[in-house]
Ligand binder design. Structure first.
Ligand code: HEC
Length: 86
């Protein structure tokens, strides 16, 4: 088990279910909203996992309030971060 208990594959499942309507959440996804940043771009922008977790705790107005739990946020952050290393 690594330092964090986050589950990358669960993060991917959450992303595909809740985020893919607007964001490109995986490299092989071809359709999403044109003006929404891809998860790969988000991974590059947020330097630390903590910043991304803070953002997802309080999503901004253009995103629906998804009321993610802390474990779900940790899994999503782990998944998004994993995209940044590809
Ligand atoms: C209804 C459409 C929609 C959904 C669903 C959505 N987002 Fe977003 N998201 C946006 C838009 C639009 C922006 C860009 C907003 C802006 O630039 O003001 C954004 C921006 C972001 C950002 C910040 C990017 C940056 O440059 O700072 C993150 C992180 C993010 N979304 C994560 C997620 C996650 C994780 C999910 C799923 C749990 C999700 N979003 C679901 C529309 C959506």
């Amino acid at each position: 088990m690594s330092a964090s208990a986050a589950d990358v594959s669960n993060g991917k499942r959450i992303a595909e279910r809740w985020c893919a309507a607007c964001h490109v959440v995986a490299p092989q996804q071809t359709r999403a909203s044109a003006d929404v940043p891809t998860f790969a771009a988000i991974a590059a922008k947020y330097a630390t996992s903590r910043d991304l977790g803070v953002f997802l705790t309080d999503p901004h107005p253009r995103m629906p309030d998804m009321a993610l739990s802390q474990p779900e946020i940790a899994d999503l952050v782990a998944y998004i971060r994993s995209l940044g290393t590809q």
